[in-house]
Ligand binder design. Sequence first.
Ligand code: SF4
Ligand code: SF4
Ligand code: SF4
Length: 274
Amino acid sequence: MNHSKNRRNFMATTVQSVGLATLGGMLWSGYSDSVKASPLVLRPPGALAEKDFLTACIKCGLCAEACTNRDTNIDKETGKARVGTLQMAKGGDSLLIGTPYFIPTEVPCYMCEDIPCVPVCPSGALDMPSLLNEKQELDINKSTMGLAVVHKESCIAFWGIQCDACYRACPLLDVAITLEYQKNDRTGKHAFLLPIVQDTACTGCGLCEQACVTEKPAIFVLPNDVAKGKAGDHYVKGWDSKDQERVGNAKAEVTTTELSKKNVNDYLNMELEY
Ligand code: SF4
Ligand code: SF4
Ligand code: SF4
């Protein structure tokens, strides 16, 4: 089979890479340091945080094989497996060689219900427990491969042109992308229907990015670390009892410095001459 040949080629490439690493250790370590720094890669469902993933993944390719050979990937006309979502990084991909990733505009993740790519992972780099729901069943909706971000300036829905291509493509329609109605003050008689991504529900599958009609997608998936900000623990949502609970449970940390040992009046009166 074609993929077996590709797989043999891949294993051969990997072995060659390891051999080169032994011979040219310094060159290789410099290269892997630079590829480790690539923050924009999208990994398979259930992947550990990037740094831990790179340590855990043994580059066996079983996830990519399972993705290509999944039942839902059979071409109805030829009866053969089509190209899979997951690719294994090769030299020149600016990623750690042999690690799986995907590019939504080429092939997005189809959010297979049985998630065949994950249980086959022998190393725990794809963490099955993170994808279990309350019933202890594998649930692709729990995956967090990335977050879709809308670039308002190039999204034509924000210009007032009717387009809901991303909304329609989303497997979590009305959950991960919702449409928000807004009056168009420019024309006074039309409405905007704006795609809004819900960050707690979006899995980062990239189906919206692939479906986007603009020349370069106006909606695109970024890894969570890149797409999301962080308010910091000292900001509390007063209207959210869970957030208040979080702060209530926090342990105070007091740092004593030479200055803080002094009485506040001593401090305020320092260097004052009467
Ligand atoms: S869930 Fe996505 S990555 Fe996994 S097998 Fe299906 S299409 Fe491939
Ligand atoms: S199956 Fe797991 S260990 Fe093997 S390449 Fe995929 S992520 Fe890495
Ligand atoms: S990446 Fe796009 S299509 Fe996939 S869940 Fe998020 S919003 Fe929906």
